[in-house]
Write a protein that binds this ligand. Sequence first.
Ligand code: ZN
Length: 159
Amino acid sequence: MSALPYRIGYGEDAHRLEAGRTLVLGGVPVPHAPAGAVAHSDGDAALHALADALLSGLALGDIGQYFPDTAAEWQGLDSAVILARALELVRARGYRPANAALVVTLDRPKLGPLRAAMAQRMAELLQLPETEMGVSFKTSEGLAPDHVQARATVLLVAG
Ligand SMILES: [Zn+2]
């Protein structure tokens, strides 16, 4: 068992986008999205990146080990369940998130209007005050117009 009082975690995730699917990011459906994520679960890249950040902070592997994309039971899964499971594993080892930062890269639509709703939902899922949940948006500048990508860091504290 590690004696470190703080642990940093990092996670990233990406999904291909396809027309006719719902796009969900940070637990929030994105209105007017021309395409949604192709995924076994609901394809929420933001929550997947956060879940992997939680797990990596304690060297617990990644969400693919806990939620294999071959398992029929996880088809269409709400990614809030994945994040809740990762948080549970972190807490079971005596740590809790202190703050988290997320970057989403998406060309269309602009996500700015959803920042507050996404931050609120992710803070709720991580059991953090909203002031401790950073949310940034980037575009790929046309380099990956058919992808959504998310990167996340989280600081875990003991106790
Ligand atoms: Zn994913």
